[in-house]
Design a protein around this ligand. Structure first.
Ligand SMILES: Nc1ncnc2c1ncn2[C@@H]1O[C@H](COP(=O)(O)OP(=O)(O)O)[C@@H](O)[C@H]1O
Ligand SMILES: [Mg+2]
Length: 260
């Protein structure tokens, strides 16, 4: 079978009179490290939540490994892991308990849960904190705990919503290294970010959305070709162009009460 790892088919989500995501279609091949970019409020989290089964689409559907998530949710969810934006962790568990709980929920055997959770705690530098309650963790420690819980069943596709948001350089580095390892083992990675430098460094291909619609898709080289800019155009410039931001930044606009 030659299925896509992730396929969005005309995904649409309406909240009241606001269309957060509109007729969004794209495919991600197996083994890709796919970046999903867009300004705040563009519809990234809404899209990810519809791709992983956390939010029901108003129209359209999502396929994981060729399996229709909204028709066959258990079969599809077995194959994916997700680090959601809000990271709903059980605050009264320790990291070790939470990671083990997640593995058990995904049907990993007890021995394997124990072995993998110890390895994950070690790799993510959480061993010292492993027996403290999550409620007392820093933001970076929570992200790492949530990441461990998202990968303990070795998903074929991993979704991460802003994994580097609010994370310090040390934790960010660890998370990046884990993602690279997963990728080398064949895991497909789909992550949203507005930190362009990280995307530029890691992604094999990317999509840009603005106002709930796809505005660009391809490799960095393809985006440069589409935008008809030079080979050295930074992702930031391509991004600003794709989402239709003003080229000149603030231009001549100044805060009237600042002395020049
Ligand atoms: N549960 C909700 N109820 C109403 N509006 C929502 C809800 N979730 C998201 N939105 C709106 O949908 C749009 C897209 O939001 P979101 O997907 O969170 O964007 P992003 O993750 O790209 O910042 C925003 O305008 C947001 O206010
Ligand atoms: Mg978001």
């Amino acid at each position: 079978m030659n299925n896509y790892a992730v396929e969005a088919r005309q995904l649409t989500r309406v909240f009241g009179d606001k269309t957060a995501v509109s007729d969004l279609s794209f495919q991600v091949a197996e083994g890709e490290f796919f970046g999903f970019l867009g300004p705040n409020g563009a519809g990234k989290s809404t899209t990810i939540n519809m791709l992983v089964g956390l939010l029901r689409p108003t129209a359209g559907t999502a396929l994981i490994d060729g399996i229709n998530l909204w028709e066959n949710p258990l079969e599809a969810k077995r194959r994916l892991g997700v680090l959601p934006e809000g990271m709903q962790l059980y605050q009264r568990l320790t990291a070790r308990e939470f990671i083990q709980f997640s593995g058990t929920m995904y049907g990993v055997t007890r021995d394997e849960v124990n072995r993998r959770s110890e390895e994950l705690l070690e790799l993510l530098d959480l061993t010292d904190a492993a027996d403290k309650l999550i409620v007392d963790y820093s933001h970076g420690m929570r992200k790492k705990t949530a990441l461990a819980a998202a990968i303990i069943h070795s998903p074929r596709v991993l979704f991460l919503d802003e994994p580097f948001e609010g994370v310090d350089a040390i934790s960010g580095r660890i998370i990046r290294d884990v993602l690279q390892q997963l990728r080398q083992s064949g895991t497909t990675i789909f992550f949203s970010s507005h930190i362009l430098e990280v995307v530029e460094r890691l992604c094999t291909r990317l999509a840009v959305i603005a106002n709930g619609r796809l505005v660009a898709e391809g490799t960095l080289e393809e985006l440069r070709a589409q935008a008809q800019t030079g080979d050295n155009t930074s992702l930031e410039e391509l991004f600003l162009k794709a989402v239709g931001a003003k080229d000149e930044g603030l231009g001549d606009s100044k805060l009237s009460w600042l002395n020049s």
